[in-house]
Design a protein around this ligand. Structure first.
Ligand code: FES
Ligand code: FE2
Length: 392
């Protein structure tokens, strides 16, 4: 089924190439500039988007062995993802039941227990409270009730998804709307996480807007990517999730029977996962997998750039990877986010009431419509929103 979808998209791109056109949104769209600068609005976005949807926070390949964990703070929620000694993958709030310290430092690794470094209470990798330091003097507590707080977790397409609110009513498959099967073709599960680094950015939506935007590529990135970068995007959507593709390069399929088109060849472009992921690269060559997170205030975000590579970790060419990571830090940090900080400064002045997304920026338009829809939808109505969808 998913291959049929890839073929349909590829045919559309070939057709658009031949007709020298792209698929345009019905209209130009206006967005209130306050949507990027209003602290109240920002709080709603964190609560009603980041705290309600499954977020892709890790890679299945990071958690192959019992005790493998990753700890990070997302939208104010400290999270641990860990494969338990019993083989099951779980997520917990990184919060000690004694008085709330993190039970493990942020980062990743392998551990047999989580040991809080405040008063040494320990927890198993299944989340059970294992040991209370000086238990006889501490007094009687019911250890069975004082385990780590679990969070909903799922694995799809080689990714680990965690929902920050245990009460969330949104099922992951409803949320993905078939996109999980398509993402399987990225073959992320065959790759390994070679390295990652973090970049500070402007408002999370200012930062994220740049990832769905091909329009700026030969302009802002003229020095880094050159003047011939693709700037004419088509977009495809599954619920709120968008793939941005371009007709350019699709002449490689001409004159070849469809049966010979490989899935890998049909996967170019940028694959985004709502609300905050961008995947660029290709199956076999590797990816820059960017996760954008809201920062502490409306004007701040941080981005984890994860670099995925194929082959054996021992055979990784470290110098090549370092060069590429340095290049992408420059492209995103010095070109995209430097511009984004200027955008942020201007938007916050209120000097203009609106920003504009063109008919050639349909992926961006759809994203903002989903953001609006989500902050205006109650918990009870959230599943219905995803069943109904949002139209341009
Ligand atoms: S806060 Fe963790 S042991 Fe006291
Ligand atoms: Fe860019």
């Amino acid at each position: 089924m998913a291959r049929d979808a890839l073929i349909a998209m590829t045919k559309r791109e070939i057709e658009n190439l031949e007709k020298n056109r792209i698929d345009l949104a019905p209209d130009v769209m206006k967005i209130s500039t306050s949507a990027y600068s209003d602290p109240e609005r920002f709080k709603l976005e964190v609560d009603r988007i980041f705290r309600r949807v499954p977020l892709a926070l890790g890679f299945s390949s990071e958690f192959r062995n019992p005790g493998d964990y990753r700890a990070l703070t997302v939208a104010g929620m400290p999270v641990i993802i860990v494969r338990g000694a019993d083989g099951e993958l779980r997520a917990f709030v990184n919060m000690c039941s004694h008085r709330g310290n993190f039970v493990i430092e942020e980062g990743s690794g392998n551990t047999r227990r989580f040991r809080c470094n405040y008063h040494a209470w320990t927890y198993t990798t299944e989340g059970r409270l294992f040991g209370v330091f000086e238990e006889s003097n501490f007094g009687c507590v019911n250890k069975a009730e004082l385990g780590l707080t679990p969070l909903p977790i799922a694995e799809r397409a080689g990714l680990v998804w965690v929902t920050l609110n245990p009460e969330s009513t949104l099922d992951i498959d409803l949320f993905l709307d078939g996109y999980g099967e398509i993402l399987e073709h990225l073959r992320i599960d065959d790759a390994f996480l070679a390295d990652q680094h973090c970049l500070n950015g402007p408002n999370w939506k200012v930062a994220y807007d740049g990832y769905r935007d091909f329009y700026h590529v030969p302009i802002l990135h003229r020095q880094s990517f050159g003047p011939d970068g693709p700037y004419q995007p088509d977009f495809y959507a599954w619920g709120p999730h968008v793939r941005v593709a371009t007709p350019k390069g699709h002449d490689m399929f001409k004159g070849r029977p469809e049966a010979e088109w490989t899935n890998d060849e049909m996967m170019p472009g940028v694959w985004t996962i709502f609300p905050n992921v961008s995947i660029a690269g290709g199956p076999g060559s590797g990816y820059m997998f960017s996760m954008m997170f809201p920062g502490k205030t409306v004007g701040e975000s941080f981005t984890i750039q994860n670099f995925l590579r194929y082959g054996k970790r021992e055979e990784l060419n470290r110098q090549d990877l370092d060069n590429f990571m340095g290049f992408m830090r420059t492209v995103v940090g010095e070109e995209d986010y430097k511009t984004g900080f200027r955008v942020q400064t201007s938007l916050a002045t209120g000097a203009k009431a609106f920003s504009y997304f063109g008919r050639n920026e349909g992926g961006g338009q759809l994203f903002h419509k989903w953001v609006d829809a989500m902050i205006n939808t109650s918990d009870a109505d959230l599943p219905e929103l995803f069943r109904r969808g949002v139209k341009l």
